[in-house]
Ligand binder design. Sequence first.
Ligand SMILES: C[S@@+](CC[C@H](N)C(=O)[O-])C[C@H]1O[C@@H](n2cnc3c(N)ncnc32)[C@H](O)[C@@H]1O
Length: 261
Amino acid sequence: MTPSDGHDDRTGTNGHTRLNQRYWDEEAAASHGPLARGHWSRTEPAWGLWSTPESELSLLPDDLAGKRVVELGCGTAYVSAWLARAGARPVGVDLSERQLATARALQEEFGLDFPLLLADAERVPCPDGTFDLAVSEYGASLWCDPRRWIPEAARLLAPGGRLVFMRYSPLFALCASPEGRASTTLRRPQFGMGRLEWGKRVEFVLPHGEMIRVLRDAGFTVEDLIEIRAPHPAPRDYHEVSAEWARDWPCEEVWKARLGG
Ligand SMILES: C[S@@+](CC[C@H](N)C(=O)[O-])C[C@H]1O[C@@H](n2cnc3c(N)ncnc32)[C@H](O)[C@@H]1O
């Protein structure tokens, strides 16, 4: 784990961006794609590893009709699809051509059409104040540097705009083994944690205090932090975390913030 920067002034890109783009295009998109149809098919949004229904979590604003939404790191864009069905006007942003190709194929299959932009969520080619809601489910929220993507989300939002994002928890990151599996031992220091290097990919998990400061510095007011508990019984375990672990400790969490006071 090293301090988070890695910005390349010659190209204007970040080391983690290039690495993660390659990881998604060359490795992860192929296995992620086949899972997407199930998500696209859902009539009610369901979030994260445990598919917790929207009716339990209330992550999304009630009044979605007509709202302009940007999904940062949309991947296969099923969250944007749910939002489009609820009457919102989503734009999906992702830096993986292969992920967006899957999203386009699913748009065609499900008869939904919304813009998909091939772009870095830390530098989105849209004017200031374009959107009412920015959302990220394990997209920019995990794969981008919070000190870059959160100010960018603030720039993209109109005053009073909402930000909702899901990521895995700092506690999970503290307890994760080198293979990325939750243990019951603290495996790394919390002070200095931020950028997590996992071989061919880089993720970011800021501890709560720093995350609050990053959000506040970008002009957001934090409205909620929801720590998600695995259901009992849970349908399955994951390589990263067992349902038993996630019954006792939160492995994933959702932040809700509003731009302005
Ligand atoms: C686990 S997927 C999450 C997206 C969506 N919820 C899904 O599951 O399809 C992570 C996505 O983040 C994208 N991503 C990673 N770094 C990014 C960046 N700098 N800008 C935009 N997208 C990025 C990847 O290409 C990938 O599609």
